[in-house]
Design a protein around this ligand. Structure first.
Ligand code: SF4
Ligand code: SF4
Length: 445
């Protein structure tokens, strides 16, 4: 019975093991915090030695009972009683309104004048980002000659995919079993680098109404494919941990390239079976990829406006292929725990250097309950630093590595609103409310 007080040393050992897990992740602050907890339990053990055995045993039993009750409370499924469901935007969006399209408008050209004649309210906002050095500019505050050149090389390489947009079905149509084919595509895409894959019916609101980039600028988008296959690829954690430095844009451009590569492979595969397929990749989208991915069951939209996936939160890029090959669609199932967690978390809003992310609860915007990003403020900041920032992705508690420790926390958040509140507090304690950059960790320094 006396040995019962060794329980404190056992818990201290558990925290040492957790600190090793954090060390492997390169999380210096978390290592110190875990070791701090381990030391507290060791000290508590020695403190109890000062008391008589009966006191030691009784206080340890009380500690174990309280711990047991806490664990049970955290494991019981619970929901936020005040949950407000997120709405779905089902109207089409004009690609000419996205920041990348507006960024490509050249002053004193017909296209520039025509756009701002139709959208005079956007002119003063866009003038602000045009005053700044610009994305990948050598005048930007995070300029690094090699790293910016690498990111630019990635974007230039994506251009090599453009010829694959052209439909070229060179084989006879084969009979396919939609179920077998859907399973095969999911397994194959994961094998070549996707983290998650989902299939949905292609809806009008998945498609931009009008092209806003490239040679087809201003043309109405037509796509009669009945299906869309969406997939995610992981953005490297160590690179994102350098946000908003050059590593972020290196990594996002790298994953645009990887997503584009997988999309082209998949489209070619489908064409080899005699069906029509279109790969969507950076600068050449007909669809709004995250909206397709949400409907394909790959995640929900969080406070920062990005797709929050169960595996990696927002630390992904999304690729899409639209097609007419017969497939089995995945049911979209609304996941309220993401919205509940984002409602209490606000870590991305706290850390956003441009204050582009709302602190308020979701609001009805254009008839749909959701969070809205101030895209102009965000993009203006990108044009100052020269990168795509990514600070919001870096600090998001859902963006931790896809490993046992974090997956247990993710399942706890999904299961219990009480657990979610505790997990958020623990995230702040272990990682900090405003986590630092990890310059010492850059894989490129
Ligand atoms: S940082 Fe927090 S509030 Fe922001 S998207 Fe992630 S979970 Fe939601
Ligand atoms: S990318 Fe940076 S500036 Fe833009 S919303 Fe995220 S944190 Fe804010």
């Amino acid at each position: 019975m006396q040995n019962i007080i060794y329980v404190y040393l056992g818990i201290a050992l558990l925290f040492i093991i957790i600190s090793i897990a954090f060390k492997l992740e390169g999380e210096r602050k978390s290592v110190f915090v875990s070791l701090g907890f381990a030391i507290i339990f060791v000290l508590f053990y020695f403190l109890l030695q000062l008391f008589e055995v009966k006191v030691q045993i009784n206080s340890t039993i009380a500690f174990l009972i309280i711990s047991f009750v806490v664990v049970i409370v955290l494991l019981i499924p619970s929901r936020n009683k005040n949950h407000i469901p997120a709405g779905k935007v089902t109207t089409q969006f004009d690609e000419r309104d996205i920041m990348f399209s507006r960024n490509e408008l050249i002053p004193e050209t017909e296209r520039f004048d025509e756009y701002y004649k139709r959208n005079p309210d956007k002119k003063p906002l866009d003038d602000k980002f045009r005053e700044k050095p610009g994305l990948l500019s050598d005048k930007a505050t995070k300029y690094h000659p090699f790293k910016f050149a690498s990111a630019e090389a990635n974007f230039m390489t994506v251009e090599a995919f453009v010829p694959y947009k052209k439909e070229h079905i060179h084989r006879e149509k084969q009979e396919v079993n939609p179920k077998d084919l859907s399973n095969y595509i999911k397994k194959w895409l994961k094998q070549i680098g996707a983290v998650s894959v989902g299939i949905t019916e292609l809806k009008d609101y998945h498609l931009y109404s009008v092209k806003g980039r490239g040679e087809e600028y201003g043309k109405k988008i037509k796509n009669n494919h009945p299906f869309a296959i969406a997939f995610t690829v992981e953005m490297d954690k160590d690179m994102l941990d350098m946000a908003p430095n050059a590593e972020t844009i290196m990594e996002s451009s790298q994953q645009y390239l990887n997503a584009g590569n997988i999309a082209v492979q998949l489209a070619m595969f489908i064409r080899n079976l005699g069906y029509s397929a279109l790969p969507h990749f950076d600068g050449n989208y007909q669809v709004i990829c995250p909206v397709v991915a949400r409907d394909a069951g790959l995640g929900e939209f969080g406070r920062m406006g990005l797709l929050m996936t169960p595996e990696l939160g927002p630390r992904v890029r999304v690729g899409v292929v639209t097609t007419d090959i017969p497939l089995v669609i995945d049911e979209y199932k609304y996941e309220p725990s993401v919205i509940d967690f984002c409602t209490i978390c606000k870590k991305c809003a706290d850390n956003c250097p441009s204050r582009a992310i709302m602190f308020e609860p979701m609001q009805e915007i254009g008839g749909v309950v959701r969070w809205k990003i101030n895209h102009e403020a965000c993009f203006t900041y990108w044009n100052i630093v020269g990168t795509d920032c990514g600070k919001c992705i870096q600090v998001c508690p859902y963006a931790h590595p896809n490993n046992l420790l974090h997956n247990l926390v993710r399942s706890g958040i999904k299961n219990s609103y009480i657990f979610a509140n505790v997990a958020l507090k623990m995230d702040d304690i272990f990682y900090g409310r405003k986590p630092d950059n990890k310059h010492y960790l850059s894989p490129l320094s």
